[in-house]
Write a protein that binds this ligand. Structure first.
Ligand code: SF4
Length: 90
């Protein structure tokens, strides 16, 4: 909830900054799968509800995720297609 009184107080008496944080790695948005069960006219991935060749295997996905973790990626957003259509998503 936005409170105008808190906002004005913050302007007149700003909260001191905390410690300077080390820069984190980049946020990654990964189009994990091309298959999608929707049919948006504006689709940017030319998806359809069928399996496409060349998708990464479970082992390959796991390897990439470990690499992203080692690189310090703080947030990984899974997109597609519809990533929930991967049978191994969970
Ligand atoms: S991939 Fe995204 S934009 Fe394309 S059909 Fe699916 S939901 Fe729509």
């Amino acid at each position: 909830m936005f409170r105008i009184s808190q906002y004005l107080k913050e302007i007149t008496h700003p909260t001191p900054m905390g410690r300077v944080r080390q820069p984190t790695g980049p946020v990654v948005i990964w189009n994990l799968i091309r298959r999608c069960n929707l049919t948006c006219l504006h689709c940017y991935s030319i998806s359809t509800d069928k399996d496409f060749p060349g998708e990464l295997s479970h082992a390959e996905v796991s390897t990439v995720m470990k690499d992203l973790k080692a690189y310090g990626v703080p947030v990984l957003i899974l997109s597609g297609g519809e990533p929930l259509l991967r049978p191994d998503i969970f």
